[in-house]
Design a protein around this ligand. Sequence first.
Ligand code: FMN
Length: 307
Amino acid sequence: MIDLSVHIGSLALQNPVMTASGTFGYADEFKEICDLNDIGAIITKTVTPHPRPGNPPRRIVELPYGMLNSIGLPNVGVESFIIEKMPFLQTLKTNVIINVAGTDEEGFVFCVQRLEDVSGIAGYELNFSCPNVKGGTSFSSDPGIAERVTRNVRKTTRRPIIAKLTPNVTSISEIGRACENGGADAVSAINTVVGMAIDIKTRRPRLSTGTGGYSGPAIKPIALAKVFELSRCLSIPVIAIGGIACAEDAIEFLIAGATAFQVGTVNFYEPDATMTIKKGLEYYCQKNNIQKIADLIGSIQLKEMAK
Ligand SMILES: Cc1cc2nc3c(=O)[nH]c(=O)nc-3n(C[C@H](O)[C@H](O)[C@H](O)COP(=O)(O)O)c2cc1C
């Protein structure tokens, strides 16, 4: 038996596989395809203080190596989320992490405060990094704001907090450190990379908002570099996100220093990817005589690295 368990602060995960917010809905749509209790943690679509319709179409463009989206955080708002979405999530035995965002600093605290008395929640992921809403990335591009919001949420809850970071900054580790100082238990990286596509017949941007967030296999090397940087700078765990589509991708991130990882865009074209990836991790460990997956974390060999 391979031990796949990992720890994120006080949060014990039976395996390092998590779902990335916005790519796995509220999990119920996947219940026929995946054994949801076999996933280390499920992270829900971002919930905000009030309902949001999201951005007008067109909101998704499929590109050769990834996907461009400008969904704009449509959701039912935290009150309806508790009534409509939590009952199913409360039936699950695995960790359920609620991803929250505000359109201002107080919005994060508002959501967490409202969710505090609700059972079946293992922790919160703070979406500091949505590129598709006005001001969405300001929470993770200004270290002062990132630290302040994290600290205010920290005062509101004893549940684990994960700060989700944007790659669209000069120094992701500076922002990561700010979140750590504010009391985050972990950071997750990366959210989508700002991108654009143009229709050359009409000469108009293909997304209604002009630019959007790029995700999928194309962003994996970018994410890997950011995760590597963060894991060398921070003392809290780093959760990897970005282009993970198979077990081999995930293993690269663990070796680079991630404690766990999230599976995102691949869920749209391989909805059982979380299951396949978990099996692939076991297979890799068996083949390579690794008893505990945690031994892989940060095992990168750097002796011959030039810088
Ligand atoms: C259609 C779509 C919707 C998303 N919605 C959210 C969201 O609501 N909240 C959030 O924090 N991230 C959201 N993300 C970002 C993903 O969670 C993830 O960080 C990003 O897609 C990179 O991972 P990937 O390349 O594996 O997809 C969304 C991504 C996509 C493609």
